[in-house]
Design a protein around this ligand. Sequence first.
Ligand SMILES: CC(C)[C@H](C(=O)O)[C@@H](O)C(=O)O
Ligand code: SF4
Length: 470
Amino acid sequence: MTARTLYDKLWDSHCVAELPDGSSLLYIDLHLLHEVTSPQAFSNLRRAGRKPWRVDAALATPDHNVPTVLRELGLGGFDDPIARRQVDVLERNCHEFGVPLFPLGDVRQGIVHVVGPEQGLTLPGMTVVCGDSHTATHGALAALAYGIGSSEVEHVLATQTLRGRKSKNMAVVVDGVLGEGVVAKDLALHLIGRIGTAGASGHAIEFRGDGIGALSMEARMTLCNMSIEAGARVGLVAYDRVTQAYVKDRPFAPAGPQWAGAVRHWQDLHSDHDAHFDRIVGIRAEDVAPCVSWGTSPEMVVPISGAVPQLHEARDDVQRGDWSRAMAYMGLEAGRPIHGTPIDKVFVGSCTNARIEDLRAAARVLRGRRIDPRIKLALVVPGSGLVALQAEHEGLDEVFTAAGFEWRAPGCSMCLGMNADRLEPGERCASTSNRNFEGRQGRGGRTHLMSPAMAAAAAVAGAIVDVREL
Ligand SMILES: CC(C)[C@H](C(=O)O)[C@@H](O)C(=O)O
Ligand code: SF4
């Protein structure tokens, strides 16, 4: 048998039919739903008189437009009636169709990509889909996970399958261990800075090498989460002891006699040693520094010692135009060092960086310190109710509030302007999220992507600084 990559293996084991047009029909093991991309799918099912094929393979939770304050008011706290209605409609749809739901007020509610792995719903070897581009996150558990559109949400609900075309294989090989103060977020930004936002398009990325083996499960999720910002729909890490330890004893994970059988099955979830990758990108961990985005695309990124580029450094006129527009939008001139850029707001949260390790990393920087008086608002938004509970158990909420942060309820929050947490025009934000597009965090808002520790350091300094020097 020919040597296969992990991606090939996951694909083969879920392919139920090869279709005449060259595409394949894949069986879907887990379907996650949220309030924004599911309403249409449910209405169409209703209209066609169809029922979901397998409700036990689905889970829904509201996250994108939920308020992060005033939750005790139930569906109160919303500043936007449409957002409130979407969350309400999700609850009603789940009720009507029998889809399991973690509603607002359930301690398990949270950002769908934090909730799936946390609950042991996402398991190695599965296919996982969600009407959301950051579904790649779940690939950290050696699952084939990718984002789908609303009509595909309907298709999966109705048939438990999806039509798809296979991507090519790309390996990102990280050699050596990341230095002190350098984390998975920096690795992701470094990679995107190097290959660009289209760098991995048409490919499934497998992150490999001893640098990846050394990462925690949560760090691997951060990395896979941002695969989509490099153009890949899928990001993967092979199964190993770290995966096994993470999955064990989670609420929905196999238990008792089923555990040993599952582990035996999972052992094969890695690329064969002589498997072929269509493209290989090598990264030396020692070359990765804390990174910060300066522009309006995740590829517009520099190490903390770097500067906004000079226009003549652009590779062509198209890039020069993009850079020039980004500089104008961001209010930054060419050649200006990124270090020392003053910040108005700080956001620690999102499916990239709102798990317990992220909160611990930010709290470590903030302990015994205060945020700079120039910071208008600093938010910390745990990825789920259970992350919040764990953080409170460790006293991290107190570290954050003592430093001047607001401790909020779980949701996507200021990652995107779909709820009350937004930037005002011209405001500059140190953000642990994954996208810095124009208007992403609110109209006219300016986003600088960075790691949780770097965002905490920016809060303390009132400006972008190197967390290693704080
Ligand atoms: C709203 C949703 C469809 C969207 C996505 O697909 O990623 C959002 O989560 C985002 O991060 O931009
Ligand atoms: S946290 Fe941000 S990136 Fe993640 S699903 Fe929500 S809006 Fe999308």
